[in-house]
Write a protein that binds this ligand. Structure first.
Ligand code: ISJ
Length: 356
């Protein structure tokens, strides 16, 4: 075992060097913090963080690949930001929800988190300054948009600071050793819909009762307490209640992604070179109104990545808001031109680094 000792000594030496470098980095971050405080500018700069990760991913020659760099450096950034100014983050709870995981992927393990029971409460917490940032789901690529989030973006004056795209995997957790003894499965409606093939393949018609609950965490809790019960849940939630996982990744589609938004009060992002902008457009009730606006985007050479109509919920008439995502930054000359001619119809919601 001499070899092992020698190798471990090497690891210890490297760890010491890393620790020293991390402390040096924090000292520089503190100076940045003082400058920002002096100029009263915002702390969180997702576009700078993205640029750091891009640069390091290109530089990396060893087995520490892009995903590894992302995982470690997002923690380092979050710790740095907390040093500049402690951050409180609200998210659509409960704890261990997918939104919680999305929040932790950007704000790290050390931030203070506030799980809230509705999307509306998350918007309120950011609007009233109770927290600096809020994290909410906006769409799932299998299920479509989260209407609440879009409607609340219309009502509040908040900005989209960043987007996070996260793969959604469901696990099948139970204390039972075989699916044969399972009589009840707890989960959210959406999970039952997204795991249809698994349920059809593993269970006989009428064998199990599918019981919808508000969160997958709740589902895990129920399954952990009851005989003959199971939960469709996330890994993280199963771990929290020590519920054994019988099958992993039981979702129908391998490409099951949810997009989350990070909301804040200040407009934070500068152009990064790979941005996305979100607006709400209230278009007149006359022929060609929508075509005219789309024509403006076309002529400016701007690619729309999403357009979704939502009822304006004003008066008895059917009026619509259009929720639009396009490639580019609000400060790009092409985008400025479109915004200028349509300024009385458009509510700007944010320009941020494009992640998907
Ligand atoms: C240190 C800064 O502040 C924050 C922390 C960063 C970091 O740790 O590198 C990067 C961007 C900001 O979110 C900065 O703006 O450079």
């Amino acid at each position: 075992m001499e070899n092992l000792d020698a190798l471990r000594q090497k690891i210890d030496d490297i760890d010491e060097q890393m620790l020293q470098l991390l402390n040096d980095r924090m000292e520089v971050v503190k100076e940045v913090g003082h400058l920002k405080a002096h100029h009263k500018t915002v702390i969180y700069r997702p576009e700078r963080e993205k640029a750091i990760i891009d640069r390091l991913a290109k530089l990396s020659k060893g087995s520490f690949n892009r995903s590894a760099i992302e995982a470690v450096f997002h923690q380092i950034f979050a710790i740095s930001r907390n040093l500049e100014l402690p951050e409180r983050i609200a998210y659509l709870g409960p704890m261990n929800s997918f939104t919680h995981q999305a929040a932790e992927s950007r704000f790290g393990a050390l931030s203070e988190y506030l799980p809230l029971t509705t999307i509306s409460k998350v918007f309120d917490a950011v609007s009233t300054g109770k927290v600096r940032f809020g994290v909410v789901p906006i769409e799932n690529n299998q299920e479509g948009i989260v209407a609440d989030t879009i409607d609340l973006l219309g009502k509040h004056d908040l900005n989209i600071v960043a987007e996070v795209a996260m793969p959604i995997h469901f696990a099948f957790g139970t204390k039972e050793n075989s699916v044969k003894s399972i009589k009840k499965i707890y989960s959210r409606d959406i999970a039952f819909r997204q795991c249809k093939s698994f349920l059809g393949e593993f269970f006989e018609e009428g064998q199990v009762e599918l019981i919808p609950v508000n969160s997958t965490s709740k589902a895990v809790k129920m399954a952990a307490e009851e005989e003959g019960a199971a939960a469709l849940c996330s890994h993280v939630a199963a771990r929290e209640y020590a519920l054994p996982i019988l099958y992993e990744n039981v979702e129908d589609s391998e490409d099951n992604f949810t997009r989350f938004l990070i909301l804040g009060k200040e407009i934070v992002n500068k152009q990064s070179g790979k941005d996305k902008t979100t607006i709400l457009a209230k278009i007149g009730d006359n022929p060609g109104a929508l075509v005219n606006m789309l024509q403006d985007f076309y002529q400016a050479g701007i690619n729309l990545t999403k357009i979704e109509s939502r009822p304006a919920k004003e008066g008895k008439n059917f009026k619509y808001w259009f929720f639009i995502d396009f490639e580019g930054h609000i400060e790009d000359e092409s985008a400025k031109a479109v915004m200028m001619v349509n300024r009385d119809k458009i509510k700007f919601l944010g320009s941020y680094v494009r992640m998907c």
